[in-house]
Design a protein. Structure first.
Length: 399
């Protein structure tokens, strides 16, 4: 097992390559399952789970090799999140967000990047959507705004926020792309913001995705970045969609865990009306087979599209870049929708026992409904993708 001295301040050796991180993630699944109810009731990850994820190497997963990090590929990151999601959905969601540290570090000037991310196990949080305002001043910006969906904000080390830049009170054009609006991401510390406990939700309760706000915060120029200007070369930094590629791991892992649970449950059930074992019931057999078929197809689409995109980037192909982003976006959308349908169908299959809070199906259904409200799972993805596929020009930086 590879390890590094450039890590968290603990005495545990943290795995530092894809194989070791993924293997350790598999080993902690029982612990995540044991803590699921507590995580949900707590409405954020518990301290022991945060330490567990950090010591598994989750938050360092995307950290660059030039820093001594493991720099997992987008495919490996997705596999890692998928595994974690079989243990607990909120833990996987926060891991997906937290490991963006390594990706964001590639869009900052190298010297500044190392100062903002001083060790490999820094957890990130924050909403990149430009909900805030940054007024340009000497040496930086004065930032104000309100942001939602700060997943993992209660345990993050770095907190980011998306803004539109103004100069002398006028909306500034993007100096790199020439677009009418200059969208930048500000990088700061969580203690510099007001954290607002708003996270009382249908599902993903344990993600602690609280609101946060700030008024008049000075952020140095070099403590901000644009997705249009990566400083580090490579497939993790050449396109903003990098932060989205691994997201499909969450619904895929959820659906897998759901099906495993249901397949165990039906082994000991007997139909009360016919006295037929459920495992011999055509309805049960067909429902489970159909769900497995749908999950296999969705999963294959996610990984084949990611592998193709990654390989084309490595080969320096630019002609297929847009199509590759569209294909992965559609596969990701399909993974979310398919997983929700699977959970709903399995919930219906088990019937009355599903409605109780003690049933994991209850939590999975609520988690599925909530995660599908994310932009990557919305039907608007079909319109955005379709526009590009028929020759239109995308105005979305992620497509």
């Amino acid at each position: 097992m590879e390890s590094t001295d450039f890590s968290s301040n603990n005495n545990e050796i943290i795995p530092n390559n894809a194989e070791d991180i993924i293997n350790k993630a598999k080993n902690i699944i029982p612990i995540l399952k044991e803590n699921s109810e507590k995580i949900e009731n707590n409405r954020r990850l518990t301290s022991n789970v945060i330490d567990l994820l950090r010591n598994t190497g989750v938050f360092r997963a995307a950290m660059p090799k030039e820093w001594g990090g493991p720099e997992l590929t987008s495919i490996q990151q997705t596999q890692l999140i998928e595994i974690l999601a079989t243990g607990d959905i909120s833990a996987a969601w926060c891991s997906m967000i937290g490991m963006d540290s390594g990706i964001y570090s590639g869009f900052l000037p190298p010297d500044i990047s190392r100062s903002l991310y001083p060790n490999l196990d820094i957890a990130n949080s924050g909403w990149i959507h430009p909900q805030g305002r940054a007024d340009r001043v000497d040496g930086g910006y004065i930032v104000s705004g309100n942001w939602r969906f700060g997943s993992g904000i209660t345990h993050c080390d770095v907190l980011i926020c998306g803004v539109l830049v103004y100069c002398n009170g006028v909306l500034e054009k993007d100096p790199i792309t020439g677009e009418e609006k200059h969208w930048r991401i500000m990088v700061a510390k969580p203690e510099q913001f007001n954290i607002i406990d708003t996270w009382n939700t249908t599902g993903l309760a344990g993600s602690g995705s609280l609101d946060y706000s700030v008024e008049g915060l000075f952020v140095p120029e070099k403590h901000s970045f644009s997705f249009s200007q990566p400083y580090r070369p490579g497939p993790l930094y050449n396109s903003p969609d990098t932060i989205l590629r691994k997201m499909a791991g969450v619904p895929l892992g959820m659906a897998r865990s759901c099906l495993d649970y249901v397949r165990e449950q039906v082994k000991n059930r007997i139909d009360r009306a016919t006295n037929t074992p459920w495992i011999a019931d055509f309805r049960v057999q067909s429902a489970i087979a159909r769900a497995e078929m749908e999950l296999a197809a969705a999963r294959a689409s996610v990984y084949t599209s990611l592998e193709k995109q990654w390989q084309n980037i490595l080969e320096g192909s630019t002609e297929s870049a847009s199509d590759d982003r569209i294909t992965t976006a559609l596969a990701r959308y399909n993974a979310f929708q398919t997983a929700r349908n699977i959970v709903q169908s399995m919930y219906n299959l088990l019937g009355g026992s599903s409605v109780y809070r003690k049933s994991p199906l209850d939590r999975w259904l609520r988690d599925a409904q909530t995660m599908c409200q994310h932009a990557v799972a919305q039907d608007s993805i079909l319109q955005l993708a379709g526009n590009v596929l028929v020759g239109g020009k995308s105005k979305n930086i992620f497509f």
